[in-house]
Design a protein around this ligand. Structure first.
Ligand code: ATP
Ligand code: MG
Length: 373
């Protein structure tokens, strides 16, 4: 039972599986692919719960006896930092007998890679001329040895995998090892920039992996989200009341935005109190104020035509291609498709059955607030 005076809606870091709205179908699919030795590629916009889901996947896989590691590639700078990230990932994930086996193996290599302690970063400081590529190749091939020694399959997840493109040649090194491992290891890749992921996986001359099954991470299901929010209010001595429906509707399953508005609503609801629609309006305004600086920065980084299409999507007075939408924005009909593809490629817009939509409901609200001009 959560403490009644602590806000139960986290808004920034990845969540432990027990604290998250369950994503059962996606988790089951990823686990089934991993068991079968298939690689998967999880694509979703920023803050959509990718890391949370990867954690859940690895927890499920570890419970079945797989050796797991969650490698965060965000901002990786060099082959050396890639080695350190992989080492750190094993260090965080491995427990019990598997940990002892891997630890002994790494030590036997005598290249300065180790679980716990200073590890490879310390080795590099004392020996900067080390052949890092050789160490990386060996570390990437660790699943083969683990399988030989223990019979266990490995499941390695690479998060923010598009950042591998920052390091010259690193995708080639990964490719050279990973493609021969399906009998001993499974890989899950996640990233938030669809266009960069396409570059990595769909380049016909050198895809990162020949066959990585795409798993799309959609919005959180409305019914489960409502139950989750309601329950967390109740567990902390509050009632989400009439604020619940507009909250779920307005945030339309965007995980971080749902939690952010719920977080603000909880702050506005005293212990023993019941939230109402007016409280939702206030919570929404508070969430928008909290998000505004980051929204502005994202907005300013967009090319002008993408800004125009984003405004059109937010305000949509008569459809994206209608003359009354295009003209006031200075947008030519012929430029719409390309700019929309740009927004989709960055994860800022989604193509839904009902038509394209901005991914982030708060970006939409921010644009509506600012008005057309
Ligand atoms: N399954 C979930 N249930 C409830 N909230 C969630 C869930 N997944 C994500 N969130 C919310 O979104 C936030 C970000 O989650 P997470 O870090 O997993 O997303 P991400 O897609 O990896 O983000 P980033 O693009 O920043 O790496 C969490 O702090 C939480 O507020
Ligand atoms: Mg993440």
């Amino acid at each position: 039972m959560p403490r009644e005076d602590v806000n139960p809606f986290p808004v920034s870091s990845p969540l432990a599986p027990a604290d998250a709205v369950a994503r059962e179908p996606e988790a089951a699919r990823l686990l089934a692919l991993s068991r079968g030795g298939h690689a998967s590629r999880l694509v979703a916009p920023r803050r959509y719960g990718k890391t949370t889901l990867l954690r859940r996947l690895l927890e499920d896989a570890a419970a079945e006896g797989m050796a797991t590691a969650l490698v965060d590639l965000e901002g990786v700078l060099s082959l050396s930092s890639l080695v350190v990230r992989i080492e750190r990932a094993y260090d965080r994930a491995l427990k019990g007998a598997l940990r002892r086996t891997v630890d002994a193996l790494l030590r036997s290599w005598q290249v300065g890679v180790a679980l716990g302690g200073g590890g490879f970063a310390a080795t590099l400081r004392s020996n900067p001329r080390l052949d890092v590529e050789a160490v990386l190749l060996r570390l990437l091939d660790l699943p083969s040895t683990v399988h030989e020694r223990t019979g266990a399959r490995s499941l390695i997840a690479f998060d923010e995998v598009q950042d591998i493109l920052r390091v010259d040649g690193a995708d080639g090194i990964l490719r050279s090892v990973l493609q021969h491992q399906s009998a001993v290891a499974s890989y899950a890749f996640a990233g938030s920039a669809p266009s960069l992921l396409e570059r990595l996986f769909e380049d016909p001359s050198r895809p990162l992996l020949e066959h990585a099954v795409t798993v799309e991470l959609g919005p959180l299901p409305a019914a489960e989200t409502a139950v989750f929010v309601e329950q967390r209010f109740r567990d902390t001595g509050r009632d989400a009341g009439d604020a619940l429906d507009p909250l779920v509707r307005m945030t339309r399953g965007h995980p971080q935005r749902t939690m952010l508005v719920a977080h603000e609503l909880w702050e506005l609801t005293p212990h023993g109190g019941v939230a109402d629609e007016e409280a939702f309006v206030q919570a929404h305004a508070a969430a928008l104020a909290a998000a505004a600086p980051a929204l502005r920065a994202r907005w300013e980084a967009l090319p002008v035509n993408e800004q125009r299409v984003a405004v059109a999507l937010a305000t949509r007075p008569g459809g994206l291609y209608a003359e009354e939408t295009l003209r006031p924005l200075g947008l030519k009909r012929g430029s719409v498709d390309r700019a929309l593809a740009g927004l989709v490629g960055r994860g800022e817009a989604l193509r839904l059955a009902a038509g394209p939509e901005l991914t982030d409901p708060l970006l939409e609200a921010w644009l509506v607030d600012r008005g057309l001009f």
